[in-house]
Ligand binder design. Sequence first.
Ligand code: PLP
Length: 389
Amino acid sequence: MSYLAKNYNRKKISFKKGKGSYLYTKNGVRYLDFVQGIAVNSLGHSHPKLVKAINYQAKKLWHVSNAFIIPEGEILAKKLAKKTFADFVMFQNSGAEATEAAIKIARRYFYSIGKPQKNRILCVKNSFHGRTLATIYASGSKKMTEGFGPKVDGFDHFSFGDHKRLKNKISKKTAAIMVETIMGEGGIKTIPDWCLRDLRKICNRNGILLILDEVQCGIGRTGDFFAFEKSKVKPDIVPIAKGIGGGFPIGAVLMNRKAASGMTAGTHGSTFGGNPLAMKVGNTVLDIISKKSFLNNVKKNSKYFHHQLIKIKNKFPKLIKEVRGRGFLIGLQLHRDQTNFIKSLMENKLLTIRAAENVVRILPPLNVKKSEINQALKIIKKVCLKYKQ
Ligand SMILES: Cc1ncc(COP(=O)(O)O)c(C=O)c1O
């Protein structure tokens, strides 16, 4: 009997220990963990530098209110700003809080310049921006909103790739376009670079803000620090979470000076967001991931992984439809429901997770070893042989 609410359909397995790319059950059975908390443990389990950082900070200071200056947060915000398009950073605790704060920032900007009627956010239908009331309506998915009472207004939607509809949906009331640079839950669908550039132009032309949700695809996951970097596009607001904490809950919103201008004292806050413990961990993760050599390694190893997966796809074209994604945000789209395939991978000690459109999502830690990639490939091939008909 579990006293936990039934809002998850959990697999009947638990783990006692994690080390690097592996998870261990209480009986010592080892699983190759290519879920990593859904792109959260960017450096794998129990990374020694993170263990050291958290122990160090735990002995010093865990929590103080944002009513006071938190030096560790000042340092992390400065590093993020120096590294990226951002002029300012606001810390939260999760992805949904970060995307919801991004919505508030966009609306508040227009309010502050005397255009409060510009408050609608244009999003992709069936995207994923979190589970708060506002973000489920931003995501525009019936499955997520059904039964949750009055609709949270202020969101318009277009289908992924439907440029015509996107342009038609922009009105005098639109404040921002918000999209995931790579749709994670939605099936690992990447917005092409030319399209991101077009989005920027559309926003400029209409005087509206561009919000790129990098909660899942950011912080080195694609081999670039941000997934949008390759396009050379500069967004106005970017919510992040997952990877920046390496397993410790951190969310943040990065924004340029213009977007930040409405966020005066008292307009937003968080009791826990930006606490010293989280900030110490965030600084440690960032120092490791933002190194060029680290990101180059992600690029090199993920390229190898993709290449090998495409070979498998070509060998099993009736089973695998497409290899999707970039870097270590990988989707194997099957021609059929993926549930049994994922189950078989797990029986062979490889953990993966589903995404929409029959996609098997593969999310290794960013520092995964080539030998571990090869181990995963061997298991995937074995399972493909089982399901090839
Ligand atoms: C793109 C994106 N945005 C927002 C969220 C919500 O993050 P959280 O679950 O931390 O609230 C997620 C979570 O999967 C996500 O993938």
